[in-house]
Ligand binder design. Structure first.
Ligand SMILES: C[S@@+](CC[C@H](N)C(=O)[O-])C[C@H]1O[C@@H](n2cnc3c(N)ncnc32)[C@H](O)[C@@H]1O
Length: 320
């Protein structure tokens, strides 16, 4: 079995989390276990990492890769969703005691590159797109059953596709004759009907596929639920690090972190007040501090080694 996934922003994440020997960490997006392996190194032989992923295939690969740590009890893989974070952390007895949480959100290369998972317009497969294949609606269900207004909303909100209404109407008309079932035919249909005149580096169906994936996996709702419960689950001084890949996600992360650090109140207070930053945090009722004012992105070296890291952004918050 080969493991092609390259973990993004690895050094920055490890540095941002500042885990030490004996600490407890939760990796909410185990994938193939790339980041997890490094978190395990940081917490040492006396520490522990709980690893969550909703994709059972990925979790099984990580479980066998890190079998030694599973056997020693240092690594506990758990299948579940972001929205189940609180329940999982409580069942593991760590809620409120966690020193570091990592979420490297989105799909993994393994999911994207496997035609049978149905995420890719580059290769033909069933139009599925579920990260957890044991439950929920497939992308085919979505495109074959939702109204044109509902589809247009998804394409616009999650894909920012300018021709969202037009393509939704075409889909609804075409599916009456033959429902969509394969990524290949759906991508070709979208490409043909969108009729973008200028050739572009991106496949014309990119935005539609992104939007469907976000909807099928309720990605933004899941992210919002995670940000609140993961922060609650930290011990004082614990850190939450989140890596995202597009602006819809990064905006949610930025706003959640700003709310937890009461940034709107901090900005309203005159800068020359004779108070320390600790006093300031108490005055405004901040629950956390943002570790770096701007999100961290990939270095030139990482970009050249892994072009998929191009849009990755890392934000870190520390609980007070
Ligand atoms: C980018 S990959 C993580 C890669 C991993 N950090 C590594 O180094 O191998 C994201 C993973 O998060 C999982 N995931 C995404 N959304 C999730 C959610 N709401 N709940 C649980 N897992 C989720 C996906 O199934 C996928 O395996």
């Amino acid at each position: 079995m080969s493991f092609k996934h390259i973990s993004v922003l690895l050094d920055e994440t490890i540095q941002g989390l500042q885990l030490k020997e004996g600490m407890v960490a939760v990796d909410c997006t185990v994938g193939l276990g790339g980041h997890t392996e490094h978190l395990l190194q940081q917490v040492g032989t006396t520490g522990k990492v709980i690893g969550i992923d909703q994709d059972m295939n990925a979790l099984n690969i990580a479980r066998s890769r890190l079998a030694v740590d599973v056997d020693s009890g240092r690594f506990k893989p758990v299948q579940g969703r972001f929205s189940e974070f609180e329940r999982i952390a409580k069942e593991c007895g760590v809620f409120g005691k966690i020193n570091g949480v990592l979420a490297d959100i989105g799909v993994s290369s393994m999911q994207l590159d496997a035609p049978e998972r149905g995420f890719s317009f580059m290769s033909d497969g069933p139009l599925d797109m579920r990260m957890d294949q044991s439950t929920g609606q497939t992308a085919a269900n979505v495109v074959n059953t939702l109204s044109d207004a509902e589809l247009a909303k998804i394409f616009w909100q999650y894909g920012e596709e300018p021709k969202s209404r037009m393509i939704a109407a075409k889909i609804v008309k075409a599916r009456d004759e033959k429902p969509f079932s394969r990524t290949g035919e759906f991508a070709e249909f979208v490409k043909r009907e969108l009729r973008y005149p200028k050739p572009s580096k991106k496949h014309p169906a990119t935005k539609i596929f992104q939007a469907l994936r976000i909807h099928v996996n309720a990605e933004l709702e899941e992210l919002k639920a995670l940000l609140l419960s993961a922060f609650e689950g930290l011990a004082p001084g614990g850190r939450l690090a989140v890596i995202s890949f597009h602006s819809l996600e990064d905006r949610i992360i930025k706003h959640a972190m700003q709310a937890l650090t009461a940034q709107h109140l901090q900005q309203a207070i005159p800068r020359d007040l004779p108070v320390t930053s600790i006093q300031m945090n108490q005055i405004v009722g901040a629950k956390g501090v943002i570790v770096k004012p701007f999100p961290m992105g990939p270095s030139e070296k990482e970009l050249s080694e892994n072009p998929r890291s191009r849009s990755a952004k890392l934000r870190v918050i520390e609980k007070l």
